[in-house]
Design a protein around this ligand. Structure first.
Ligand SMILES: C[S@@+](CC[C@H](N)C(=O)[O-])C[C@H]1O[C@@H](n2cnc3c(N)ncnc32)[C@H](O)[C@@H]1O
Length: 459
């Protein structure tokens, strides 16, 4: 048998010798030696000599035969490769066969590639798409590829959308780093469902909110748990519309307990973050992270008293010291790098998260108690969210503003805020909190009714 060097030399001087060697190679080992060591092939090399190996019993031989065919351009081999892509039991070989057809870059291969768009294996289908994208300007190729827009596999969907959907932010009224001036440092007193229709598309950079806790507190009365989830779904669907391309929504919730009516009844626990999650994903929020906010055990309601006494299994009730910060991104094919590139060098510099930061997804922060509002964010929680998920000058939004903690943090960190709160008592609390404070850009906070906000939005 030859050495690798001799084989390389023959390729340059006498390719017919190589055809002969391939035809005469008797053992799998000899065939593989030739196929694996051929390297780059001269332009005129006749790829057809590899065709007999496409039906060889050893998968390695079939694989290398396809690899070598992929280095040549012989339209007569397209039907053989197509057949292999349909029938080979090894999906790597099937993918290579399609890749070899694609690499020929022959318009004659288009009908064959289109036929393979019914391929079930996403890995193979991706190769078919890649081969066809070379001819993406041809109308028949375009319409064939677009038919995959609702393909069940999310990677396929994403590639097709990226290639063919009109630039998403083309409709955005403002540059990515900008936000509507009439919403900056504004608090609207109203039902968020009534306010959101007056918020323009793609105007918010970050939403961080703690929605009402179903019926666990007196300010939130819903007909049923599913009506409550429907309400939140409607709100977060609108939040999705008003959020800028690829920006974040962070929802703070935890499972809640509705206490039992009497000793004869059981209390009921509602897993809000988990039930809300599937709905958010359906709306188009891509799940990014779950951050756990851990509080000291001494700060939460003690549920242990009974178990401490009786110690009977099944009666165990852990003290709930955690809440979730579920992090979502408005689903897009644009990478985070795209979002970061939308800011000037000065803004990026001013927004850098310098010094110590929380590197894990467990954030240990003491809760804050407010004399007016029964469930407020600790300022530190808002500080972290704002610093990690927004840039200086961004517009951050809380649709359930409460006592306005997010706005305070935004003000301190040179971001703009927009908040909605339906209870006048809490609006009064916000007025107190903000007092006469001035902002980094000397813009005072404005408290508006729904009507005032609507009219400003139009003007
Ligand atoms: C959990 S609290 C938010 C507290 C806030 N994160 C803070 O730091 O003070 C939820 C707030 O949502 C408000 N709310 C409930 N339903 C609302 C609605 N439909 N529109 C606007 N605000 C609403 C409640 O009045 C309550 O203040």
């Amino acid at each position: 048998m030859l050495t690798k060097e001799q084989l390389q030399a023959l390729k340059q001087t006498d390719t017919s010798q190589i055809y002969r060697l391939l035809a005469e190679a008797a053992t799998t080992r000899d065939i593989l030696f030739l196929l694996e060591n051929l390297g780059h092939l001269p332009k005129a090399f006749n790829g057809y000599v590899f065709a007999p190996f496409l039906s060889h019993e050893a998968s390695q031989v079939r694989y290398w035969a396809v690899k070598n065919i992929g280095k040549t351009t012989n339209r007569l081999l397209i039907p053989h490769l197509s057949q292999l892509a349909r029938t080979d039991p090894d999906s790597t070989i099937r993918r290579e066969a399609i890749s070899a057809i694609g690499r020929m870059r022959l318009p004659e291969a288009i009908p064959t590639l289109i036929e393979h768009l019914d391929e079930h294996d996403p890995k193979v289908l991706l190769q078919v798409i890649r081969g066809l994208l070379v001819f993406r300007t041809q109308p028949n190729v375009q319409s064939a590829l677009k038919s995959l827009a609702n393909h069940p596999n999310e990677m396929i969907q994403s590639i097709i959308r990226r290639e063919f959907s009109a630039a998403e932010s083309a409709n955005a009224p403002l540059d990515h780093a900008q936000s509507p001036a009439f919403m900056q440092n504004v608090v609207v007193n109203g039902d968020v469902q009534a306010v959101l229709p007056f918020v323009p598309d793609e105007s918010i950079h970050l939403t961080f909110t703690s929605p009402p806790y179903y019926n666990a507190r007196d300010y939130s009365i819903y007909e049923s748990y599913s009506a409550y989830l429907d309400f939140l779904t409607r709100v977060f669907d609108q939040v999705h519309r008003v959020t800028k391309t690829g920006r974040f929504l962070i929802v703070n919730t935890s499972p809640i307990i509705i206490p039992r009516m009497s000793r004869a009844h059981a209390s009921k626990r509602y897993p809000i973050p988990f039930d809300l999650h599937t709905r958010l994903v359906q709306i188009g929020w891509e799940f990014i992270d779950d951050i756990v906010w851990a509080k000291p055990e001494s700060s939460v309601k003690n549920r242990n008293a009974g178990f401490l006494q009786h110690r009977k299994p099944l009666g165990y009730k852990p003290n709930a010291v955690t809440e979730y910060l579920m992090v979502y991104r408005k689903q897009t094919d644009k990478l985070l790098d795209w979002n970061m590139r939308q800011y000037s060098a000065e803004v990026i510099e001013a927004s850098r998260v310098l010094g110590a930061y929380e590197s894990s997804n467990i954030w240990r922060i003491d809760p804050t108690f407010d004399r007016v509002h029964s469930a407020v964010f600790p300022l530190e929680l808002c500080n972290r969210v704002i610093r990690y998920y927004s840039y200086v000058g961004d517009l951050v939004f809380d649709p359930f503003g409460g006592s306005g903690t997010l706005g305070r943090a935004a003000r301190d960190l040179d971001r703009h805020f927009f908040m909605v709160e339906k209870e006048p008592t809490y609006i009064e609390r916000m007025r107190e909190v903000f007092g006469t404070a001035r902002f980094f850009d000397a813009q005072p906070v404005r408290f508006l009714s729904l009507e005032e906000f609507r009219d400003r939005g139009i003007s």
